[in-house]
Write a protein that binds this ligand. Structure first.
Ligand SMILES: [Zn+2]
Ligand SMILES: [Zn+2]
Length: 232
């Protein structure tokens, strides 16, 4: 309570630069730091959006070997700096108001016209723990801005999988296999959709979601995420 009281008297301190954050929309991140969030403009795999070390090839080895079910995947920036801070404040500290300005950042990605937006779902057990799905919040605001529907109950996570962090690319794929299911197929059959997640690393999760969506009859899937993370 004392904390809340102090926050009214004194604006929050920006966790990045330590200056006061006076814009409540992005607080505790100050507007200077927020404006410094910039897109990744280096070479990427044209299919999965993964940053490439050089622009000699346009498709990464993984996509050549195993073509994903989505048409393409794109991220706004790299999972670092202010963007990483903002995503973790939303996700792990429950600062839900950041989902709106973060969804505005997603709008800066070149996106095709689609029929609906679908978030990567959380298993109901994790949803109860975290109380909200950050990807569903991003999807909701994005759909609102685009004037299209957000479908929250079509793609369901039926298996509570172990966290992907620390697993190899191959193990991540194994871990997430058969974790998703489709409900209400008629809502997505023959449609073009955007699949939203906050961060993509190896792409195992969005690949698996796309497999399931494609099998259910979705025409085109475009994966859009805020940030591309690197394997550690
Ligand atoms: Zn700052
Ligand atoms: Zn690729």
């Amino acid at each position: 309570m004392l904390n809340n009281f102090l926050n009214i008297l004194f604006p929050e301190t920006c966790p990045v630069c330590q200056n006061p954050a006076t814009d409540h929309k992005t607080a505790p991140i100050c507007s200077d730091c927020w404006q410094s969030v910039s897109p990744y403009e280096g070479p990427i795999c044209q299919k999965c959006g993964k940053p490439l070390v050089s622009d000699v090839s346009t498709t990464c080895g993984e996509c050549l070997e195993d073509e994903p079910a989505f048409s393409y995947a794109r991220s706004f920036g790299l999972y670092e700096g202010v963007l990483k801070k903002a995503i973790s404040l939303l996700k792990f500290y429950g600062i839900k108001r950041l989902s709106k300005p973060l969804s505005d950042i997603i709008l800066r990605i070149d996106m095709p016209r689609v029929d609906a937006v679908i978030p990567v779902p959380l298993h109901e057990k994790r949803l109860r723990q975290r109380e909200f799905n950050q990807s569903a919040l991003l999807a909701k605001y994005l759909a609102e801005s685009l004037g299209i529907a957000v479908l929250l109950n079509c793609l369901i996570k039926i298996r509570d999988t172990a966290p992907q962090v620390g697993l190899s690319s191959k193990d991540r794929r194994k871990n997430i296999k058969k974790a998703f299911e489709i409900r209400r197929t008629e809502m997505i059959e023959g449609k073009n959709i955007i699949l939203i997640d906050d961060v993509v690393t190896t792409g195992a999760t969005v690949r698996e979601c796309s497999n399931v969506l494609k099998k259910a009859g979705v025409e085109n899937i475009y994966v859009i995420t805020l940030a591309h993370g690197m394997m550690d």
